[in-house]
Design a protein around this ligand. Structure first.
Ligand SMILES: [Zn+2]
Length: 445
């Protein structure tokens, strides 16, 4: 069993006491063996010198669309429903296996290099095996799901599916990929009805039934006012309240956005432990609004962060979302709203809960899986620093990420992707450019 010692850094544990220690993080067999001082007799096979660096849990992004990465720069400055119907859906319909593989590799490279070690991802309707295979091969931790779309206006033929086919394929994907022997057990499955408006009542009822039996669910909810109004017209209920009423609430459910939620819905989210995923860049770019995160947190709702997809951001940068989450709410709710430590908790422990991995990742504590990020703290824009969380949230950039470890495997070393990631930076970029061009050609027909 390989032993790794990350030595001499400032360890931001994100444990329950928010301890910051100067010392080591020792890893054995993919799990954290000790934090602070190495255990007696611990001899490392590899030592990472982290002097002058911050050592923190890998960032968790609990709402991404890796499959949209080749559409970066291809759908800018449009409102949500137009953005979806005119750009995103035609793009997704044109993705074939080759393009999906290139897309997933490009996203995985960006995520890993930027210090994101785990994601909750929504795919498109098809090519999900290729997506899962590439995410798994990259060494990232990913809970993924194919998008479910059996209903709604403006859905292109290439994405429309029957209720039965959607459920059968989702069930098969969960059985095939979410297994300990596949890609080191780093893949999990979350059923992903795209949003209420793309799903029939029957499909949502079937997903709710699986959720009651233990399955995870990842969907969008109450992102924009037009969407909320259409849901109200269809069900005579508010979006989040309706989902909760049919059983799509609770700790196994992650709802992206929740920008427009009523007081009653906020109480339901808190009472049932439903995860909300805050996507500040996406909400700004699509003009969705600003989610009431201070109020959700005050009510006790579990909140995570996500970049959403490349076409609505246009990065998959956990550090950008972290900074924005801490800044965005202050003009309305005051300078104390979402302080740096809270933002960092959303990006680590909050994300871990949204993936159903709260006991396994999200903090650096003995026994947890070794998903660790080393951030170089010696850049001019990071000194003299002061409070560790404030430095990481307000001053650090993803380009300060030096080393990234997932499951005890070093995937980024000194700013470069390692052989364990299976990703070659030049190849990933070249293939991404080439496949994006080919997909754009397929969209134009
Ligand atoms: Zn999304």
């Amino acid at each position: 069993m390989k032993r790794l010692e990350i030595r001499g850094g400032r360890v931001v544990t994100m444990d329950g006491d928010r301890r910051v220690l100067d010392g080591a993080v020792c890893v054995e067999g993919g799990r954290i063996a000790a934090v602070g001082a190495p255990p007696p007799g611990f001899v490392a096979d590899e030592v990472i010198d982290a002097a002058g660096c911050f050592v923190l849990p890998g960032l968790v992004q609990a709402h991404t669309h890796v499959c949209q990465t080749l559409c970066r720069g291809g759908a800018d400055d449009l409102p949500l429903l137009e953005w979806l119907r005119e750009r995103i859906w035609p793009y997704e319909a044109a993705l074939d296996e080759r393009a999906m593989r290139a897309c997933a590799r490009l996203a995985a490279a960006e995520l890993l290099l930027g210090g994101t070690t785990a994601i909750l991802d929504m795919g498109t309707v098809h090519e999900t095996d290729a997506l899962a295979d590439e995410l798994g091969a990259s060494g990232l931790r990913a809970v993924f799901g194919k998008a479910m779309m059996d209903h709604g206006e403006g859905v292109p033929a290439g994405l429309r599916e029957t209720t039965r086919a959607s459920l059968d394929e989702s069930d098969a994907l969960a059985r095939r990929w979410a297994r300990p022997e596949v890609h080191g057990g780093r893949l999990g499955y979350a059923y992903a009805p795209r949003f209420v408006l793309s799903c029939s009542d029957g499909l949502l009822a079937e997903v709710a039934a699986r959720c009651r039996e233990g399955a995870r669910v990842h969907t969008h909810a109450s992102e924009q006012l037009a969407e909320v109004a259409l849901v109200r017209a269809r069900f005579h209920a508010d979006n989040v309240a309706w989902l909760d009423g049919v059983g799509l609430g609770g700790p196994r459910v992650a709802l992206a956005h929740c920008v427009h939620v009523t007081d009653e819905e906020r109480a339901l989210l808190a009472a049932h432990g439903t995860n909300v995923v805050h996507c500040p860049s996406s909400n700004l770019k699509l003009a969705s609004g600003i989610a009431p995160i201070p109020e959700l947190l005050a009510a006790g709702v579990s909140v995570a962060l996500g970049a959403d997809g490349a076409p609505c951001n246009n990065n998959l940068d956990g550090f950008l979302e972290l900074r924005l989450a801490a800044l965005l709410h202050k003009p309305r709710a005051g300078a104390r709203a979402v302080p740096a430590w809270t933002a960092l908790e959303l990006a680590t422990r909050g994300g871990a809960r949204a993936l159903g991995l709260g006991d396994e990742i999200g903090s650096l504590e003995p026994g947890k899986l070794a998903d660790v990020v080393v951030v170089d703290g010696r850049a001019p824009h990071l000194v003299p620093g002061g409070d560790a969380a404030a430095t990481l949230v307000y001053a650090a950039r993803s380009s300060d990420v030096r080393d990234v470890i997932v499951d005890g495997r070093v995937l980024v070393r000194r700013g470069g992707l390692t052989a364990d990631s299976g990703l070659d930076r030049e190849e990933v970029v070249a293939r991404g450019v080439e496949e994006a061009r080919r997909v754009a050609g397929r969209v134009r027909g």
